[in-house]
Write a protein that binds this ligand. Structure first.
Ligand SMILES: Nc1ncnc2c1ncn2[C@@H]1O[C@H](COP(=O)(O)OP(=O)(O)OP(=O)(O)O)[C@@H](O)[C@H]1O
Length: 864
């Protein structure tokens, strides 16, 4: 940015003038003020000094590649032409600048590898028409040259001569020619008055090489001698002179308007928005249009205001001074004009340099890469050698360690324990940072105590109440016995144990505190898995033996440390796995985890954070539950073996979610007889809606209706009405039928006063959930196998096994398949022989987890 420079020059008195100071004087300030009134005065400023101050700066800027403009403004006869052009023996700025230009060209040409190109044009604007002063003068009626505007270079005069100049002498000739062509006339105020605005333009190009790259700058020097600002009365103009004066004044008024508008733009801190809106009327006159770049554009511009010292010119002088003062505020934005193609070359060169650097860096990286590659090969060779060495060492010990290895692998979001031995999961607050400690018990004795024990303990624990030798776990062919040491406080599933106790249950809590302080104590879950076919309670199946105890630490996102509140052996199902299968439901303080056996491995089947639990739906007779959160994946179907277990499970969950809520303890779904409520058509059981947003509900009547309809439609006796179908027993059992007519290992056993049946109850898909919309894959009750009680010939009751499971064989004779074609599926379809009306015996091997349910069946069938 550069403000317009303003200089004021006072000319000498002429023969027509007299001096008479009218008032006390006005004060203005400019960049330069020149007193040229009297050559004899010490303050006198000569033509040379003016060139020194103003002209040399124009040359300097031109050599740097800037556009410059120098224009003289003032009333007629005030010395504009004298200042700009001067006389032969007292040259003004234009000839001095031309002379200085060629002096500098010749000086630089000697010392620098640079070349220059100088072109000149000279025009006048007379009566708003542009005339080429370097061409033979045309007639006054000539319309003049056209002014046009180049989108990038701005306004220009079409067909204007632009003559190449090689030296100062050429330039002088052109100046003389142009001046001779200029329109002048004698006025009352000036014997040779310029009647036009003259613009002398030097186009100056400098070209050189900079670091082997071409550089080229182009600058334009506009040197402008304006026609005089004058009043008709002062110049005594008439006729042609008056017309000239009007046009001259019109241009100067336009110039004044442009200067005012530009000054307004720069002064007063206008907002950017207002600046954009301000219109500069460049096109109001040819003069302002051609000087567009010099006024508020890409140029370093200087205005020389010439004034007369004579009293008669007081008004004009004051006007000129005000005009000049206003022009001081114009701000231009000069830039170095570089040839665009050269600029592109430079930018490309910069890009080439940058790419070259990148290439060098890449080569260096490549070199480094090769070094790394070599090192890598060396390391790989070393790794191979070391691996070989380690493998041979490992081979020696592997047979021993093989027995001690606990195979862990990640599967989905869970961790799978591939261990066939009985094992312990240590749940200890000290293990907060590492997760769960897993031990497995090998054949023989495992000592549990503290590190203060006289003999080293296999499992070393810490905590209050722990004896140095606390207890022993003895594993004999897969049977694990807990032997508490004298005085040791051990409890199994909450019961204090002082004598040796066989851990026959699949899940055993062993704590050395009683059940009330269970959570702060060290506790173990002893998990012993049995064959897949077992219903709920797996058998102890120890297939391997060893003498040592091994432990491994699992850190997993699934088993982040949480206190286990309760454990339940149930059958579970979910949307992606709707067939019920045995599973361990772990109620932890923040979530429900369900583990199932998967090809001999224990895997996480389902996880539902308690905060997400929205609804618990209790199924028919309280033998199934559906727990769900907000999504389909969250649904967990749970089949329990008794309503008691169902209620315990619900109560345990609610005790965690909303402890102390009195409504829980009074609600029939948690404390009523669920079997009675389920089979009573009149019973009305309201939902239990808790503060946490959890709903406990049932749809007993709807389920009952579905089941009864299915049964009735599959019964032989057509006389039985729906109301006459009375369900006496409905419980989950393990099933094996021979000859094989039933494919599912788990089913709901039902007993009416006339029939015995097995049915699949969809705990996952039915009833339609409130919060989750899933499409039921089949009716709630399906795969019905129905036999008449009168076909039962014999009931064999096996001894209760060590886990409390009861097996009952029901032998049916004269069996003939029955079933309604629409409601009974393949399982109920009679075997081929039956369809041929042949009769045969059938054995139902049923496994009850609850002996009371088994007893109920046995009693009823015995009566038959
Ligand atoms: N500083 C000066 N020293 C000596 N003579 C001067 C000076 N200024 C002007 N003159 C003389 O005054 C006369 C009028 O000057 P000039 O022609 O330069 O005025 P002008 O402003 O160009 O007038 P116009 O607008 O009519 O062309 C000329 O004879 C010129 O030599």
């Amino acid at each position: 940015m550069a403000t317009l420079r303003v200089a004021v020059r006072v000319r000498p008195f002429n023969k027509r003038n007299s001096s008479n100071l009218k008032d006390g004087g006005k004060t203005f300030s400019y960049d330069f003020s020149y007193d040229s009134t009297d050559e004899g005065r010490p303050t006198f400023i000569s033509q040379e000094r003016i060139f020194h101050d103003l002209g040399s700066d124009v040359l300097k800027a031109a050599f740097e590649g800037f556009n410059t403009c120098l224009f003289a403004y003032g009333q007629t006869g005030s010395g504009k032409s004298y200042t700009m052009m001067g006389h032969t023996d007292d040259k003004g700025l234009i000839p001095r600048i031309c002379e200085g230009l060629f002096c500098e060209i010749s000086r630089r040409g000697k010392s620098e590898a640079v070349s220059f190109r100088t072109e000149v044009s000279y025009l006048e604007i007379y009566n708003e028409r542009v005339q080429d002063l370097l061409k033979k003068k045309t007639t006054p009626t000539d319309g003049g040259l056209r002014v046009r505007e180049h989108p990038r270079d701005g306004p220009y005069v079409e067909d204007l001569s632009k003559l190449l100049v090689h030296n100062h002498s050429d330039m002088e000739d052109l100046i003389i020619l142009g001046n001779a062509n200029r329109t002048t006339a004698s006025t009352a105020m000036n014997d040779i008055s310029s009647r036009s605005h003259a613009i002398f333009t030097i186009s100056f190009t400098r070209a050189w090489f900079d670091a082997e790259l071409p550089r080229e700058t182009l600058s334009k020097i506009h040197l402008v001698d304006l026609a005089g600002s004058e009043r008709a009365d002062a110049t005594l103009s008439t006729g042609t002179r008056l017309k000239e004066g009007a046009n001259i004044n019109k241009s100067l008024v336009s110039l004044g308007t442009v200067i005012s508008a530009l000054a307004d733009l720069s002064v007063g801190g206008q907002s950017t928005k207002k600046k954009k809106q301000t219109f500069i009327p460049y096109r109001d006159s040819v003069l302002t249009w051609l000087l567009k770049d010099s006024l508020g554009g890409n140029s370093l511009t200087t205005m020389i205001a010439t004034i007369s010292p004579a009293d008669v010119n007081y008004g004009e002088t004051l006007s000129t001074l005000r005009y000049a003062s206003r022009a001081k505020n114009i701000v231009n934005s000069p830039t170095v004009n570089e040839d665009s193609s050269v600029k592109v070359i430079r930018e490309l060169q910069a890009e080439v340099t940058r790419l070259r650097q990148l290439l060098e860096e890449a080569n260096q990286v490549l070199y480094m890469f090769k070094l790394v590659e070599e090192e890598l090969h060396q390391n790989q060779t070393r790794v191979l050698a070391l691996t070989k060495e380690w493998t041979s060492k490992w081979g020696e010990t592997q047979s021993i360690l093989q027995e001690e290895t606990v195979a862990l692998r990640k599967e989905g979001s869970g961790v799978v324990l591939g261990c066939q031995l009985p094992h312990l999961i240590g749940i200890d607050e000290d293990l907060l940072s590492t997760g769960i400690v897993l031990y497995y018990l090998k054949e023989g004795r495992t000592l549990i105590g503290s590190d203060e024990a006289s003999c080293s303990q296999d499992i070393v624990l810490h905590g209050p109440g722990l004896l140095s030798e606390h207890c022993v776990l003895e594993n004999r062919a897969g049977t694990v016995t807990l032997i508490p040491q004298d005085g040791a406080l051990c409890s199994v599933n909450g019961s204090l144990v002082t004598d040796p106790c066989q851990l026959t249950q699949a899940v055993t809590h062993i704590s050395h505190f009683d059940r009330f302080t269970f959570h702060s104590a060290v506790s173990f879950c002893c998990l012993q898995r049995g064959p897949q076919s077992d219903f709920s309670l797996p058998l102890t199946d120890m297939s391997r033996s060893t003498e040592n105890l091994s432990k491994s630490i699992i850190s997993t996102s699934v088993f982040t440390y949480q206190k286990i509140v309760a454990l339940f052996w149930v059958n579970v199902a979910k949307c992606s796995h709707p067939e019920p299968c045995p599973g361990l439901l772990i109620l932890a303080e923040a979530g429900l985890y369900t583990l199932t056996a998967d090809f001999g491995l224990l895997v996480l089947f389902h996880h539902l954070p308690l905060l997400q639990l929205k609804e618990v739906h209790i199924g028919l007779a309280g033998h199934s539950l559906r727990m769900m959160g907000a999504t389909e994946e969250s649904i967990l179907g749970v089949y329990t073996h008794s309503q008691q277990l169902t209620k315990e499970l619900c109560s345990a969950i609610l005790a965690v979610i909303c402890p102390g809520d009195k409504r829980v303890s009074q609600h029939p779904l948690l404390h009523g007889d669920l079997k009675k409520l389920s089979f009573d058509w009149q019973a009305c059981v309201p939902d239990l809606l808790l503060d946490a947003g959890l709903r406990i509900c049932c749809q007993f009547q709807k389920s009952l209706a579905g089941l009864v309809y299915l049964l009735q439609s599959n019964m032989d006796q057509e006389t039985v009405t729906l109301g006459e179908v009375q369900i006496l027993l409905y419980t989950g059992v393990g099933v094996c039928i021979s000859p094989s007519t039933h494919s599912e290992p788990l089913a709901q056993l039902l007993l009416t006063d006339t029939h015995l049946g097995l049915v699949q109850d969809e705990a996952v898909f039915h009833p339609t959930p409130r919060s989750v919309t899933i499409v039921p894959r089949c009716p709630q009750f399906h795969d019905l196998t129905l036999r008449q009680r009168s076909d039962v010939r014999c009931v064999l009751v096996h001894d209760e096994d060590e886990r409390g499971a009861v097996s009952v064989d029901v032998i049916l004779a004269n069996v003939r398949g029955r079933g309604h074609p629409e409601s009974v599926t393949k399982a109920a379809t009679p075997p081929t022989q039956a369809s041929n009306s042949s009769r045969h015996a059938e054995v139902w091997k049923l496994t009850f987890s609850c002996s009371s349910e088994a007893a109920f069946l046995i009693n009823h069938l015995s009566n038959v």
